[in-house]
Design a protein around this ligand. Structure first.
Ligand SMILES: Nc1ncnc2c1ncn2[C@@H]1O[C@H](COP(=O)(O)OP(=O)(O)OP(=O)(O)O)[C@@H](O)[C@H]1O
Length: 308
């Protein structure tokens, strides 16, 4: 499949000399949902602003479905919808006027049926005649999304779409994102909520201090970097760990009544079989056992810590 966006050696040094992005190379595939994760100030918004032509790069190029973002700005920009992090909507306009106007900005003919569908999809239809200033924060955020979709972009950037949004609305947004993807829209979202990436992304990119430290299929990332833990509930508490078990990576918890064994899912041998055999040999009876896989959050925290 062709790439929706190709980013090559992209850097940004702001006036004053601070370099917020260092030589980013990234291909965003057509039709995927890519989540960009990174701590505050990592450079996520800078990257989005460069791709959307809001900022000029210091080095590098960005190609949007074959259109260079600088040489062929209008064609490239037309393919993109941007939902910025900050809410800035014309407060005295109605929802309906705002969304229709946005479409016109891209030189597209009015399409009331499309605007109606977008507002209905975003549960804003009953607010269409309201002035934006009469809406709640979550509704204003949805208006920003409606605006970004009004010119039928093929690529949608969502910069922290669910920041400050309640759980219910967050789930609605995820559903909307999935629906857009089903219609072939490529989606790039930045988020601090790892569960968001875990829930909806196909691939995950991690940015730290202006560098893209990793881009990987979410499933592959979790498989490769995910550790598993086996928790063993013992029939009787152990006063101390027997010598025969000292070579296992075991954590003794709950006054010796629980053993937690960490193992690498990728290792040729997990060691579980021999651990259970050694427990049996040592006369330690197991009441119950449970396994748990590390979350994307654990992986993310360890990646960013490693890069420090
Ligand atoms: N106009 C500017 N001039 C100078 N430095 C800037 C400017 N805009 C952003 N920066 C710096 O660039 C770095 C990256 O900022 P950016 O907004 O891209 O981060 P981010 O990953 O989006 O962060 P957050 O998650 O907090 O939104 C930060 O150190 C920020 O202070």
């Amino acid at each position: 499949m062709p790439n929706a966006i190709s980013i090559s050696n992209l850097s940004k040094t702001y006036e004053g000399g601070f370099t917020a992005l260092h030589g980013i190379d990234l291909d965003i595939r057509d039709g995927e949902i890519l989540a960009l994760l990174g701590p505050n100030g990592a450079g996520k918004t800078t990257l989005i602003s460069l791709v959307c032509g809001i900022l000029n790069p210091t080095t590098g190029t960005v190609n949007v479905q074959g259109h260079d973002i600088i040489k062929d700005f209008r064609a490239a920009r037309q393919l993109i919808g941007l939902v910025p992090q900050e809410l800035h909507v014309e407060t005295f306009e109605t929802v309906w006027a705002t969304v229709n106007y946005s479409r016109g900005l891209f030189g597209k003919k009015p399409d009331p049926a499309l605007c109606e569908r977008i507002l209905k999809d975003l549960s804003l239809w009953d607010k269409k005649d309201n002035k934006i200033m009469q809406l709640s924060g979550g509704m204003k955020r949805r208006v920003m999304i409606a605006k970004a979709l009004a010119h039928e972009p093929r690529i949608l950037f969502l910069d922290e779409p669910t920041a400050g949004v309640d759980v219910e609305l967050r789930k609605d947004m995820w559903q909307l994102v999935r629906r857009l993807r089903e219609n072939g829209v490529t989606i790039i979202l930045t988020t601090h909520y790892i569960e968001e990436a875990e829930e909806i992304a196909d691939r995950v990119g991690v940015i730290n201090k202006g560098r893209l430290i990793l881009v990987e299929e979410k499933k592959e990332l979790m498989r490769k970097l995910g550790k598993k833990q086996l928790t063993l509930e013992l029939v009787e508490g152990l006063p101390e760990l027997p010598e025969a078990l000292s070579h296992y990576d075991l954590d003794v918890q709950d006054g010796g009544r629980r053993l937690v064994y960490s193992y690498d899912t990728q290792a040729a041998r997990t060691g579980i079989g021999s651990l259970l055999a050694d427990l049996n040999r040592a006369g330690i009876a197991v009441k119950d056992l449970d396994t748990e896989q590390s979350s994307l959050e654990d992986i993310f925290v360890s990646l960013v810590e490693e890069a420090r």
